[in-house]
Design a protein around this ligand. Structure first.
Ligand SMILES: [Zn+2]
Length: 307
């Protein structure tokens, strides 16, 4: 392991009896066969904060295209195929909308027994058996795949979770609309709004804290809900084609730089050819937007304020 400021890198060798397959979130480097054992070797893709290794009599299902691999327990092989297809189609959908994923090394989905808890890190997810089998939860995979179209945020505001979770949560919604229809999309967005309103009931500062200040008291959880809504409203303000060019241009521009809210506003205004000051004041740098969500106005109605 080599430690660095932003995590560590690793190389792990796991020796198992024949018939077992080892799954890991890292890059598969080699497999060494001995008389009575097999050793699977993995390395991290990039500095990370965790290592996950699972050994079982997995069925491995993979494709040659976007390098997506699914490790399913044997009785769930059919589910594994369904999941691979869902991951592939969401991958193709986002590529079509926003361009190729940056340095996409592949994506791994590993089924684990019930009760172990689902976990995710860069380029992989561990899913408990119930989640793995539940078709209603396929859209969580759309979310994980969407993270490949995220820009990096400046460290000072990274814990707002806006540039990763708000974007992935809204992109998940777009994939739901594409694959399950308008009604499913509306249900999903309503659920996110309700979750945000519940979080305000628990602690009203979730409603009064601007998104740009979420990092101060670890309120980034609201980026999954209100953050996604901010992008939903912005989408209504600028329309489909501007949203696409905005996101793809923002990704290109910030592939090697770190973004913050000011640069996002500048970029959005340039892409839209509009002054978006009021939108950013109410949704990002201020919290007037919480009232709009509390009043349950629909996104189209809210967008009228900013045109
Ligand atoms: Zn996420």
């Amino acid at each position: 392991m080599a430690a660095s400021r932003s995590g560590f890198t690793y190389r792990v060798e796991t020796e198992v009896p024949p018939g077992y397959i080892v799954a890991c979130g890292g890059r598969s480097v080699e497999t060494k066969n001995k008389a009575n054992t097999i050793t699977f070797v993995f390395e991290s893709y990039k500095p990370t904060w965790r290592i996950d290794i699972a050994a079982a009599r997995f069925k491995m299902i993979e494709d040659e295209g976007p390098k997506i691999r699914v490790f399913a327990i044997p009785e769930d092989e059919g589910e594994g195929r369904r999941i691979l297809e869902a991951a592939q189609k969401s991958f193709r959908f986002y590529s079509g909308l926003f361009g190729e994923a940056g340095d996409f090394p592949g994506y791994t989905i590993i089924e684990v027994p019930e009760g172990w808890g689902s976990q995710a890190s860069d380029f992989y997810v561990l899913q408990t058996a119930a989640a793995f089998r539940d078709k209603g939860r396929t859209s969580e995979l759309y979310h994980e795949i969407a993270h490949n179209w995220n820009v990096r945020a400046k460290p000072a505001i990274q814990r707002c979770r806006y540039f990763d979770e708000a974007f992935a949560s809204y992109f998940q919604g777009l994939a739901i609309r594409e694959f399950e229809g308008e009604e499913a999309f509306e249900k999903y967005m309503t659920r996110l709004r309700d979750r945000f309103l519940q979080s305000c009931e628990r602690d009203e500062e979730n409603g009064s804290t601007p998104i740009a200040e979420y990092w101060r008291e670890e309120r980034g959880e609201n980026s999954y809900t209100k953050g996604a809504w901010s992008l939903f409203v912005l989408h209504q303000v600028v329309g489909d084609s501007v949203l696409r060019s905005l996101v793809s241009g923002f990704l290109r521009e910030f592939r090697t730089r770190e973004a913050d809210f000011e640069s996002f506003q500048g970029f959005a205004e340039k892409a839209a050819g509009m002054n978006l000051d009021r939108f950013f004041k109410e949704w990002i740098f201020g919290a007037e937007s919480s009232r709009l969500l509390r009043e349950k106005l629909d996104a189209g109605k809210i967008a009228e304020r900013y045109r």
